[in-house]
Write a protein that binds this ligand. Structure first.
Ligand SMILES: [Zn+2]
Length: 177
């Protein structure tokens, strides 16, 4: 009985915790960057657009992290220890950036330097996301599967996702014209 449960514990030992930690670090940098850019938004339109951008892909980050943990053999509790900090990163960064601006400017009007900082963090958030997607998700997903059918299925789903988001952008661009 005891031996059995010990054996079970053993099988839950993560295979490669390094890759889970690396993904968390990458996503954390990304999440803090997007949190700062959201916190530095002062108009409703900017805030709403930024909020929607984050809202639309946030689940994707959490799913990536969770799947990475499951793939490496983490238990539910161990995986949660990675997911909870990831959930908190963006809101904490946002609140911090908001209060810094609120208390340093008083008016809520952003000085030029803050606008530059916001742009930098927004671009940084986009860059880190693209990097993580290609290195940690697409590269891992596309090579680890040896089955040709599932590889084609994954590739098609990937292209479908890209097409969907692209068409939303085209629609936005067309309706703003
Ligand atoms: Zn994000």
């Amino acid at each position: 009985m005891f031996e059995d449960s010990n054996h079970h514990q053993e099988s839950l030992k993560p295979k490669n915790i390094g890759s889970v930690v690396m993904l968390l670090v990458g996503l954390m940098i990304h999440d803090v960057s997007e949190g700062i850019s959201l916190g530095l938004c002062t108009t409703f339109d900017d805030t709403f657009q930024m909020f929607m951008a984050i809202f639309l892909h946030k689940w994707c980050e959490q799913v990536c992290q969770a799947i990475c943990g499951i793939r490496e053999g983490l238990s539910f509790k161990q995986n949660m220890a990675f997911l909870v900090p990831l959930c908190m990163a963006t809101p904490i960064a946002q609140i911090t950036a908001f209060f810094i601006i609120y208390f340093t400017t008083g008016s809520g009007e952003l000085p030029l330097t803050a606008l530059v900082v916001q742009d930098c963090f927004m671009s940084f958030a986009a860059g880190t996301f693209i990097g993580i997607m290609f290195e940690e998700v697409i590269a891992v997903e596309m090579t680890e599967s040896n089955n040709k059918k599932s590889l084609i299925f994954k590739l098609l789903t990937f292209l479908l996702g890209f097409a969907l988001i692209s068409s939303v952008s085209i629609y936005e661009w067309a309706s703003n014209k």
